[in-house]
Design a protein around this ligand. Sequence first.
Ligand code: 5AD
Ligand code: SF4
Length: 486
Amino acid sequence: MRAERPTFFRRRSQSVAVIEKRKLLVTSKQDLSKLRGTPPSYAWPTVRTYHVTTFGCQMNEHDSERMKGMLESLGYMEAESQDQADLILFNTCSIRENADNRLTAYLGHAKRIKREHPDRIVGVGGCWAQSIKEEVFARFPFVDVAFGPGQVHKLAEFLTSDSITAQGFFEFEGFTGRLPAKRAREFQGWVQISVGCNSVCAYCIVPSTRGREVSRDPGELVSEVRRIADDGVREVTLLGQNVNSYGRDLPGDERASFAELLARVDAIDGIDRIRYTSPHPKDMREDVIRAHAELPALCEHIPLPLQSGSSAVLKRMRRTYTRERYLDRVAMIREHVPDCALTTDVIVGFPGESDADFAQTLTLAEDVAYDGAFTFIYSPRRGTEAATLPDQIPHELKVERLERLVEVIQRRARERAQRFVGRTVEVLVEGPSRTDPSRLRGRSRHNKVVNFTGLGAVGELVQVEVTRATSQTLSGHESILSRAAV
Ligand code: 5AD
Ligand code: SF4
């Protein structure tokens, strides 16, 4: 199904002369080679450069990788900073207010650059751009181009098109997944399995920005993972707003469930680890949970967004599960994969959340003992149902609740992490430790950050003996025995 929404637009007031110049100068790689023989005034004086700043979620990180891959295939090179870039891009998020504030500060910097160098192009993409659409240009008149999430391929069209005048002509019709990706790390890749979301969570802006859920063809996804595995990717993260409703919109003969997709990805040579984000508890079925016990590459980590521990709040959030049903899912996970790491997302201060509702969230967090959690202060987003609900909670009360929740989450996570002390865990080496560059840093299959002493190379899987565990990180040393055996 297609979401027929205009999602890509250009500042109307931009002068035709400037557009004409760009049309000549911003070209595809192929056109660049044609231009080599043309007079210097038609070619870029130097290689064009870009800089992308990313806000928000992993989906945005993923879109940014696609953006970078696309720009490089168009002959652009990445600049180290905004100041050095011909094309300054922002991939925005509107989930949380503080991302907006940071964005405004960054845009202020881009404005100063643009004032000094009017030929530079400033582009704003992602959910926030989508949510305010043309207002981007009213509020930030120096912005040249704006586009919605998942519209990276349209950015390519903007940069290469012969006709870039059609405001509102860009509609959703594809996936960024089909563009070449520039991966931040050679050994880790992200693959978008679906876009959009069919849920209508009252606080969430995604349904209005990303539209209804559309799944990608499983055969195409398997080929893509095979391709990136051949390129050296050994850990793949499957992305979607609700990964476990994957496939339901596909025609009967092409349909694959999320569990089936996981099995097909698991069978690909070279893929040692599979992760995914995020499932919806209402769609978390036994087949996916069993897959964690049965598929060797599927990591022992399930992110299971709770949002609230109160059934009354969940109902007003339109989450379509109750506290009891959520706890049933947790019990099923613990039954089939007892050691599985469980993480979550929680929102405090949803409109009308009473002290008793919040106490239910605290007791649930206490009982489940998550391995980690993203905790959010409810922030009203324009155009969402919850923004219009009565009984908005005062900010100070939200902050107080957040602090109380974080205390429970961290204490329980620290306690639960002690199960790793004395164990040897497999770690995918990501680079030097952030706090002590003489040590290494990586991630365990349970998605714990592990800081350790050892000889592992970046991208290598090593065995680490864990000697200490905090709520968020493990520390230890590489197992000499396992290294000697290599
Ligand atoms: N306010 C606070 N948190 C939110 N989230 C989504 N929308 C909002 C909002 N309006 C959180 C949810 C979601 C995570 C990605 O962001 O917990 O799971
Ligand atoms: Fe938003 Fe709910 Fe869809 Fe997640 S499931 S993207 S919170 S509407």
